[in-house]
Write a protein that binds this ligand. Structure first.
Ligand code: DAH
Length: 339
């Protein structure tokens, strides 16, 4: 029995030191100290020994068992540590590798142009206000001197919610909302989306943007209009830009004009950009019509004012030399990131 025990311990030690995986170790544990293990079997066989030999033999077996089990535990710990090391080595992260680039969005040319206009007018003491896109006929037409049957209503055909409610065709409706507030003087611009029942092509869209301007105070003259819009043009298109006003008609201003800027590509000589004209039309403007004042409870004898409306896309297209308006609505990042 003593020899058996020594052999078992020797074999066990060797097997444990050769074990590579946790599985190997577990198998050894079962083999030696499991229920049917070799040591367990020796312990069971104690009863076959003469009683006086049992204590000594028992002590020897228990010692051997403790030795083997201690060895197994050590090996188990060693293997666990080793496998953790291997795992960590395999999962090493190189923190010095460049990160994955997240593509950035880009401001839309309309947004860039609007920020520029806001900067210019806020710098001259204007407020930026917004009006609703869904409007009553009254704000979009009636209060702007465009009664039912007026030809201007046909020119600005839009989308009707019902007979009285529509998608606004012009930001000029915001003028009415401002005047209604009853606070004078007014010095505001109002940017926003407008709608027309137009088919899409390179220069038309059923939805586009305008920026409206309105100034009302005592003693405002056409000179103020010219001076203000001249500053705007030079800020937008460069210091050498000249402006000219052509008489025009808008129902809510009198007199009314369209403003052209000298072509900033050729300096006014005439080129393909300005179609040989030397001038480029950019907005409509005029002195607020006395009847518009009266409809909005402002005394035209006491107050005068000027208004203007500019197409935001038009400014962006001109400023950035974009030749097709449809590009503005596709939100293709390859297009947007050029500006
Ligand atoms: N609302 C006009 C349009 O959409 C543009 C315009 C012209 C606005 C003259 C004005 C203005 O404020 O005075 O065609």
């Amino acid at each position: 029995m003593k020899e058996d025990l020594n052999r078992i311990v020797r074999e066990a030690m060797e097997a444990v030191s050769n074990a590579v995986t946790s599985d190997d170790i577990e198998k050894l544990r079962v083999r030696y100290s499991g229920k049917k293990g070799e040591i367990t079997a020796l312990l069971k066989s104690l009863k076959d020994l003469p009683p006086d030999m049992r204590p000594e033999a028992g002590e020897a077996i228990n010692k051997a068992r403790a030795q083997i089990e201690g060895n197994i535990q050590e090996a188990q710990a060693r293997i666990k540590e080793k496998s953790l090391e291997l795992k960590l080595a395999a999962e090493t992260i190189d923190v010095t590798l460049p990160g994955q680039e997240i593509p950035m969005g880009h401001s839309h040319p309309n947004t860039i142009a609007l920020r520029e206009l806001e900067r210019i007018f806020i710098g001259m003491g204007y407020e930026v206000v917004e009006g609703p896109e869904v409007e009553k006929d009254y704000y979009n037409f009636e209060a702007l001197n465009i009664p039912d049957g007026h030809p201007a209503k046909d020119e600005q055909d839009t989308f009707y919610i019902n007979g009285d409610i529509l998608l606004r065709t012009q930001t000029s409706s915001a003028q009415v909302h401002e005047m209604e507030k009853g606070r004078l003087p007014i010095r505001m611009i109002s940017p926003g989306r407008v709608f027309r029942s137009d088919a899409v092509d390179a220069t038309h869209s059923p939805s586009f943007h305008q920026v409206e301007g309105l100034v009302i105070d005592k003693g405002v003259t056409f000179s103020d209009l010219k001076g203000t819009l001249g500053i705007m043009a030079r800020e937008l298109f460069g210091d050498d830009t000249e402006v000219r006003f052509r008489p025009h008609h808008f129902p809510f201003t009198e007199p009314s004009a369209e403003m052209d800027v000298s072509c900033f590509k050729c300096g006014g000589k005439g080129c393909s950009f300005c179609k040989g004209e030397g001038w480029i039309e950019i907005l409509g403007c005029g002195m607020v019509h006395p009847h518009v004042f009266e409809m909005n409870g402002i005394d035209p004898e006491e107050y005068t004012g000027f208004a203007f409306g500019v197409g935001l896309e038009r400014i962006a297209l001109l400023k950035y030399g974009i030749d097709d308006m449809r590009l503005m609505y596709e939100n293709d990042i390859r297009f947007l990131s050029q500006f």
